[in-house]
Design a protein around this ligand. Structure first.
Ligand code: ZN
Length: 418
């Protein structure tokens, strides 16, 4: 079954997550968020397992320190969530973050890489259960603690741009194998560039097979549907297919509907955010203030679209209002959605997130149940129906096009016909 995993990285997602569990298989929680919410979050995760069978993974958070300064505040101090994580993981991490600006695995002695990798594995395997046991108290015990451990351990991962970066990840994987008792599910964090070389692809697959890895995440940096061409999509699709052929179960670390379509080529799951979180780059600089713009996930074009543009385009197409339980309860027509746009953040973000999670789930289950030809036929007919309304609507930014839809189709057809 194709695994639908939500990137749960903000406390503002608590309500959308808690009310959408039947539309999720699992969660990905950053280690820093867990360390900083050590009382509430483990017990929430326990409830999600007990109530809905939704389990979780922990993002190791060590990767956040490689470049940039977005984990520091204006005075240069490590921000609270990251610092609380450092305190939980290992004194070496505190020391390194105090004495140097960043933490790049390729610049550290192997002994440091091994220490931090093992400490990060121990955190993932034990932190939630330890917190739950403390909560239960010393006169009682937690029944079946193993059911509250993560589904797998994600070892610290180092961005791969060159073959020497593959060696760094090999050092990490070797240390993680020594330390872990749960299965490993490493993340290959790669650039589009490295996928253009078949030699490098073979090296990536060897990295996994030589470490006896059976499942992995793939994070292709900047796989943005508005900035990625057909050839890069082909390389990604080919890589997924090659991994599956090599007996490794690949999942996307960030994925949009292209990831869902890749289930036809052997992708076994994808992670996405409640709003956005379909692609990402390594962060470098501190982000300025101001929240994210709330957008509506438009099923037919598989993208987040500004609300006035959704309303205009859907009226031009003559589309019925979305039938998910959230939209059905809140909106009689697209005009009602337009009226909500001026509401305050919380009132609009929560239903928009819940709608997105329901639609992604429905897409995943539908694609899983049909043939590749059926999926691509639907993609093409949605494109034909929406391409003109999109280009005619003056609510849609001129720079936004739907070119990614035929790109996806062509890339999949090219790889399947090889
Ligand atoms: Zn809806």
């Amino acid at each position: 079954m194709f695994e639908a995993t939500l990137r749960y990285n903000s406390n503002s997602d608590k309500h959308p997550v808690g009310t959408s569990l039947e539309y999720l298989d699992s969660l990905l929680v950053p280690a820093r968020m867990l360390a900083a919410n050590a009382k509430a979050l483990p017990s929430n995760l326990q409830n999600y397992v007990d109530d809905a069978g939704v389990n979780y993974y922990i993002d190791p958070s060590l990767t956040d320190f490689r470049v940039g300064d977005d984990f520091r505040d204006d005075s240069g101090s490590v921000r609270r969530w990251h610092w609380e994580y450092a305190e939980q993981v290992d004194p070496l991490l505190e020391e390194l973050l105090t004495n140097q600006e960043n933490l790049d695995a390729s610049q550290l002695p192997d002994s440091h890489v091994e220490t931090l990798t093992k400490a990060s594995v121990a955190f993932q395997e034990g932190f939630v259960v330890t917190q739950l046991e403390e909560e239960v108290g010393k006169y009682d015990s937690l029944s079946d603690p193993d059911s509250y451990r993560p589904a797998a351990v994600i070892p610290w991962y180092h961005k791969i741009r060159t073959p020497s970066d593959i060696e760094v990840n090999d050092t990490i994987l070797t240390a993680a194998r020594d330390a872990a008792s749960l299965p490993l599910k490493p993340c290959l964090f790669i650039t589009k560039d490295i996928l253009r070389s078949s030699t490098h692809l073979d090296q990536l697959i060897s990295l996994l097979s030589e470490n006896n890895i059976k499942q992995c995440f793939i994070w292709v940096e900047n796989l943005d549907k508005h900035e990625t061409g057909q050839h890069d999509y082909e390389h990604v699709a080919r890589f997924v297919s090659d991994l599956a052929d090599a007996g490794v179960s690949p999942h996307f670390y960030y994925g949009d509907y292209f990831a869902t379509l890749l289930s036809h080529l052997g992708l076994d799951g994808t992670i996405y955010g409640s709003m956005y979180g379909e692609e990402d780059a390594e962060r470098r600089e501190q982000r300025g203030g101001g929240g994210v713009i709330t957008r509506y996930y438009l099923d037919e074009v598989s993208d987040f679209v500004k609300i006035p543009a959704v309303v205009d385009v859907q009226q031009r197409v003559g589309a019925e209002m979305c039938e998910c339980d959230v939209c059905e309860r809140q909106f009689d027509s697209w005009q009602d959605l337009a009226a909500l746009e001026n509401d305050d953040d919380e009132n609009i973000q929560t239903p928009m997130k819940k709608h997105h999670l329901r639609i992604r789930w429905r897409q995943i289950r539908q694609v899983e149940s049909e043939s590749l030809t059926d999926s691509l036929d639907r993609l093409e007919s949605d494109y034909q129906e929406y391409v003109m309304p999109f280009s005619r609507s003056n609510q849609v930014a001129d720079s936004k096009s739907l070119n990614y839809l035929p790109c996806w189709q062509n890339a999949l057809e090219a790889v399947v016909s090889e």
